[in-house]
Design a protein around this ligand. Structure first.
Ligand code: FAD
Ligand code: NAG
Ligand code: NAG
Ligand code: NAG
Ligand code: NAG
Ligand code: NAG
Ligand code: NAG
Length: 618
């Protein structure tokens, strides 16, 4: 009795403390949201690296000695963060991690601020080059191309959807001459990182002992129910798309820690931060990989606060700078296509097809549906209170709630060619025009015809594009950006556009379900630049797709893995062909497209690399 009373007393006491604390916390978050969203509104993205690193790179012989390390990891993104965590466990290894960006913060921890962090110094700020077959709805035909420049890398500014890909994709990786990369080989690595908290998944494909949390959003969002129901009516299967069978529909599995962003930084770097054998240096731009005349790597140069440093390595340098910056750094260091490096007088260390074979997932973002449901946005105080309890709108990145995989050619196949992402109301970023770089006419059309509180979106993702893009240097100066030519929809037979067109037709059939009729769902679509075509004809949709498609941010393949140095850059142990003590571990190495997103593969690549290094040096 007395015991119970005592416990009650403790609880009520704690309760009082919690509510005082949360008043303060709520005020803090109110201020944070208003200042940071205002900053994003006014933010001008940089056009090169000079804003953060000065106007020139000091000459090499002024480089200060930064010491010697067993391993140097370049880039604290998704892959780099898991590598650091795993290597840090070996106490006798001394590890340096260099990251061009700064720290994560309370604002970037809020998933709902994603579109704002794209307009901040946490984004490198790239655009694609001017395109001829895609990005036609954007100013100068340039799609924006966000990449994380921060601890956690692109995983700190991404949409947190946990989508591994299809078994067959990884079996392809192995068949291309990469032993150890089949699905069966990789499944233990997917599981190694994972802390799965979802009840209705295929248990044997998941683990609850890893660090990276996977959950559903809470509470379930009401309109999503209609999406799920519509697909059930059409005869699709409700699946754990990261489990036994990918083909079908589901709620989205998300990487959240009680509603906060689960980036590589928060998940894998924070737990080892104060280990004595590691050093993480932020705001440090690696400008060159140092390789001697015997093609052996001995360190890196990096720029920080206007000073050039030289860090030396005993064992190996690992490049995890992401699929845009890794090819840049390799090329600046003499590893790349000889013809291209000669244009800039870069002395050639190894002639390899770096930057070639860029693969990405283009996404058609235009398919908009009106409903008679109206989302009522709660007061910000309520949103913050919910967020602090791990739920509600601020825990959603772009309000992506449902997912579906189909094959538009062979409906009974086991590998999809299309992914749909369902976004219920509210379905538009307040910074829409800037976030996508829309031409004024399109921005105006969207502002006029879209009602974010009543409309839902079906994003259509092309999973296995035929088109291939390329990363090339703009100059030999590490302070310049590279050229990102995504080349979407450039395949000769227009198969890429046509696959998305078939997916549009399929999406429209969903309108005929009872579920969507209950929402009175109708297509609400207008495309000012395509009116020379008959509305909703094949040509009209093709035109619309070329105007309203952009990146799903899944850059890969720019330092592709494979056995043959004429068409790949690293071997199956991620060693750069022909160069000693140098490995690449990030999405650059992905050899062929996957039917999923790229963050989970980025962690798997990091896990594999950490094991390779342990096997070799421990
Ligand atoms: C907006 C957006 C949304 C996305 N949504 C999803 C999603 O929902 N689900 C999903 O699975 N995937 C998503 N992705 C993709 C996924 O986040 C990336 O594929 C993944 O993070 C890439 O990991 P990485 O290790 O290859 O590179 P990154 O995580 O980009 O890491 C590279 C790191 O290297 C640093 N760096 C680069 N150059 C240098 C240099 N010279 N010196 C020092 N440091 C350097 C960078 O600053 C960065 O921190 C999204 C990506 C973006 C951008
Ligand atoms: C990207 O495009 C936007 C809008 O046109 C422009 O303001 C910005 O300077 C461009 N950035 C780069 C790096 O080209
Ligand atoms: C992941 O989820 C578990 C269980 O809910 C929780 O205890 C843990 O703190 C979460 N991880 C992180 C890094 O927040
Ligand atoms: C390169 O290799 C040669 C022959 O093995 C050796 O004599 C020389 O010292 C090496 N140079 C360096 C910088 O290691
Ligand atoms: C490369 O070197 C040649 C000869 O020295 C010079 O003429 C040319 O301008 C250089 N090119 C670049 C891009 O620096
Ligand atoms: C359903 O939508 C149509 C077309 O937008 C509209 O005319 C009609 O009034 C709507 N019905 C209801 C019940 O909302
Ligand atoms: C929406 O439309 C459907 C079908 O016409 C109708 O049954 C339903 O009551 C409407 N809902 C609202 C909120 O208007």
């Amino acid at each position: 009795m007395i015991f119970v009373f005592f416990i009650l007393l403790c609880f009520s006491h704690l309760g009082a403390l919690t509510s005082v604390r949360s008043e303060k916390e709520i005020a803090y978050y109110m201020k944070l949201l208003s200042t940071k969203t205002e900053e994003a509104n006014n933010f001008l993205l940089p056009t090169d690296n000079r804003r953060y690193f000065g106007n020139s790179v000091p000459v090499e012989n002024t480089a200060k000695d930064f010491g010697e390390f067993d391993f140097i990891i370049v880039g604290a993104g998704s892959s780099g963060s898991v590598i650091l965590n795993r290597l840090a466990q070996i106490a006798e290894w001394n590890i340096l991690m260099l990251e061009a960006g700064g720290e994560e913060d309370d604002f970037s921890d809020i998933p709902g601020t994603m579109f704002y962090t794209h307009l901040s110094d946490k984004n490198w700020g790239y655009n694609t080059t001017s395109q001829t077959t895609s990005c036609l709805g954007m100013n100068h035909n340039q799609c924006v191309y966000p990449r994380g420049r921060v601890i956690g890398g692109s995983g700190t500014i991404n949409a947190l959807m946990y989508v591994r890909g299809n078994k067959n994709d990884f079996d392809n990786w192995q068949e291309l001459g990469n032993p150890g990369w089949s699905y069966d080989n990789l499944l233990p690595y997917f599981k190694k990182s994972e802390h799965y908290e979802i009840e209705d998944g295929d248990k044997q494909f998941h683990s609850t002992t890893g660090l990276w949390n996977v959950t559903y959003f809470t509470p379930p969002e009401p309109v999503t129910q209609y999406f799920l129901e519509a697909n059930r009516e059409l005869g699709f299967k409700y699946v754990d798309y990261n489990g036994e069978d990918q083909m079908g529909y589901s709620r989205l599995q998300m990487n959240l820690n009680r509603g906060k962003r689960a980036s590589g930084g928060r998940t894998f770097i924070d737990p080892v931060r104060n280990f004595e054998n590691i050093q993480v240096v932020t705001n440090a731009l690696v400008t060159k990989i140092l390789i001697n005349e015997n093609k052996t790597t001995y360190g890196v140069n990096f720029l920080k606060d206007g000073q050039l440093y030289k860090a030396s390595v005993k064992n190996e340098v690992v490049i995890s700078a992401g699929a845009v910056n890794t090819p840049q750094l390799l090329m600046l260091s003499g590893i790349g296509p000889a013809e291209h490096l000669k244009e800039y007088n870069i002395s050639i260390v190894q002639d390899l097809p770096v930057g070639k074979h860029l693969k990405d997932h283009p996404v058609f973002v235009g398919l908009n549906f009106r409903t008679n449901y109206t989302y009522k946005e709660p007061h910000t105080i309520k949103l913050i209170r919910d967020y602090l309890e791990g739920k509600g709108l601020l825990t959603y990145c772009a309000n992506t709630q449902g997912i579906k995989f189909i094959n538009t050619v062979c409906p009974s196949g086991s590998v999809p060619d299309i992914e749909y992402i369902f976004i219920p109301p509210p379905s538009m970023s307040p910074l829409d025009a800037k976030n996508y770089n829309w031409r004024p006419e399109i921005a105006e059309m969207r502002a006029k015809t879209k009602n974010k509180n009543s409309d839902f979106l079906l994003l259509i993702v092309l999973l296995h594009p035929k088109s291939i893009g390329e990363i090339t240097l703009k100059s030999m100066d590490p302070l310049d950006f590279v050229n990102i030519n995504t080349n979407y929809f450039s395949d000769e037979k227009d198969e890429d556009v046509d696959t998305i067109y078939r997916a549009v037709l399929h999406a429209l059939t969903m309108l005929n379900t009872n579920a969507f009729r209950q929402l009175n769902a109708t297509l609400s679509f207008d495309m000012p630049f395509c009116n020379e075509h008959e509305k909703y004809s094949r040509d009209y949709w093709h035109c619309s797709i070329r105007h309203l498609s952009t990146t799903l941010y899944h850059t890969s393949g720019t330092a592709k893995m494979g056995p043959d140095p004429t068409n790949s850059v690293v071997n199956y142990e991620l060693k750069v062909h022909g160069v000693e003590k140098l490995r690449v571990a990030d999405c650059s190495i992905i050899p062929s497209s996957t039917s999923g997103h790229t963050n989970a593969p980025a962690f798997v690549i990091g896990e594999k690399l950490a094991d390779f290094l342990k096997q070799r040096y421990q």
